[in-house]
Write a protein that binds this ligand. Structure first.
Ligand code: HSE
Length: 435
């Protein structure tokens, strides 16, 4: 059978990884795909010493790759949502299939891109956009297709997980660890995307759509970063039996769908609480199979290339199949997508870790407990640390039972105006992840 001609646009970390994996494993890939897959054109503004492209056509203007009539599949690895979007839409318009690792592009413009692709009968594959090398899109979209999925929770930003792990295990400084993640090529071009949870929210938006069959709605995701987590919080959580992780959580409830990324306490007995460093993990709870957990590297050249190349193999197979009988982009047929609303964050229910700094005076604990009880908030455990002799202040740490966020907001406002309470209350949501 005629080889599949691939054009790679972008020769950075993932582009060079993809080029190298396709070249090195060409024989096995051909055996799997049933035909050769060859890179015939690369678009890159500059060479990358990590990939030897000699013998392959290289264009400095990346649009030349999309315009090349000999290219069957465009692999978009330049990132961003401006030029990448134009190139992907141009590729679709010219009847080419697309493989992309671009989570921002899919989360923000996926609805438009998939509609264009479906109208044209081409595929847009995006396995590498979520959790790097873990084949999580395929697992949820195809492997769990028998199930009603109840929730999906994931550690889906390697940089954030690396930072939290190093802070916990080595007491390292936040900025110092972030600089190392950037040097290792894990962090986004704008590292606030990692630290503030935007990158994870892009990925979670995609996971929610393939899990629940809803349109992509990144603008409705709640996003909270990890930059306010202190070494004390990490240590107090540990003392209470929990790890703090930057978790993406999407859950289907009777009222709507939760879509949220925030620091989260997870009991140390859960496997996912022990996912450390740059590794990612995604846990899904489904009605037939129950809990499943997927673990692996969430970033890096060849782990991400592993997903990109798997998508190229899938696309190579679909070149000869009926466009109406392909796996739908978002798992459910486009005309069966649901309009279940995304819930605002104050309508979700979780348990909480609270850290209250108070003046060491009699009755303060009783006041706090009364306010919580008046709001219907049940305290599960309590930790009172020693008084700081320098300022006479004492940290009070609590774990509460599950409560609607709206009620917690009201209670915290009342606590924060008590004269014995110093500054704002630190609140971190807590998930049981037990179904
Ligand atoms: N910046 C991302 C991360 C890269 O750290 O997980 C992979 O999407």
């Amino acid at each position: 059978m005629k080889p599949v001609n691939v054009g790679i646009v972008g020769l950075g970390t993932v582009g060079s990884g993809t080029f190298n994996v396709l070249t090195r494993n060409a024989e096995d890939i051909t055996r799997r795909a049933g035909r050769a897959i060859q890179v015939t054109h690369v678009g890159a503004r500059r060479d990358n010493p990590a990939a030897d492209t000699s013998g392959v056509k290289v264009s400095r203007d990346v649009a030349d790759v999309v315009a090349d009539p000999n290219v069957d599949v465009i692999v978009e690895l330049i990132g961003g949502t401006t030029l990448a979007k134009d190139l992907v839409l141009a590729a679709i318009a010219s009847g080419k299939h697309v493989v992309t690792a671009n989570k921002a592009l899919i989360a923000e413009y996926g609805n438009e891109i998939f509609a264009a692709a479906e109208a044209k009968g081409v595929n847009v594959a995006f396995e590498a956009a979520v959790a790097g090398g873990i084949p999580i899109i395929k697992a949820i979209r195809e492997g769990l297709s028998a199930n009603q999925i109840q929730w999906v929770a994931g550690i889906i930003n390697g940089t954030g997980n690396f930072i939290l792990t190093e802070m916990k295990e080595k007491g390292r400084d936040f900025a110092d660890v972030l600089a190392e993640a950037q040097a290792l090529g894990y962090a986004e071009a704008d590292p606030t995307f990692d630290v503030e949870g935007i990158d994870a929210a892009h990925k979670l938006t995609i996971l929610a759509s393939v899990a629940f069959g809803i349109p992509l709605q990144f603008d409705k995701a709640y996003t909270e970063g990890i930059s306010k987590i202190t070494a004390e919080d990490v240590s107090y959580a540990d003392e209470l039996g929990y790890s703090i992780k930057h978790l993406g959580m999407t859950r289907k409830t009777d009222a709507g769908i939760e879509l949220r990324v925030h620091p989260t306490l997870i009991h140390k007995s859960r496997l996912i609480a022990n996912v450390n460093g740059v590794m990612n993990a995604v846990m899904a709870m489904s009605d037939a199979v129950g809990p499943t957990l997927y673990y692996g590297p969430g970033a890096g050249a060849e782990p991400t290339a592993s997903s990109v190349v798997a998508d190229i193999v899938d696309v190579a197979r679909t070149l000869t199949t009926d466009p109406d009988n392909r796996v739908p982009h978002l798992a459910f047929n486009p005309n069966s997508l649901s309009d279940t609303p995304i819930l605002p964050i104050d309508q979700i229910g979780t348990a909480y870790y609270l850290r209250i700094t108070a003046k060491d005076t009699p009755g303060v604990m009783a006041k706090v407990a009364t306010i919580l009880s008046d709001s219907g908030i049940n305290i599960e455990s309590l930790l009172q640390k020693e008084v700081d002799v320098a300022n006479g202040q004492v940290p009070i740490i609590m774990i509460t039972r599950q409560v609607k966020e709206q009620s917690m907001n009201v209670a915290l406002e009342k606590i924060e105006i008590q004269e014995e309470v110093v500054g704002s209350v630190m609140r971190i949501r807590l998930e049981q992840l037990d179904g």
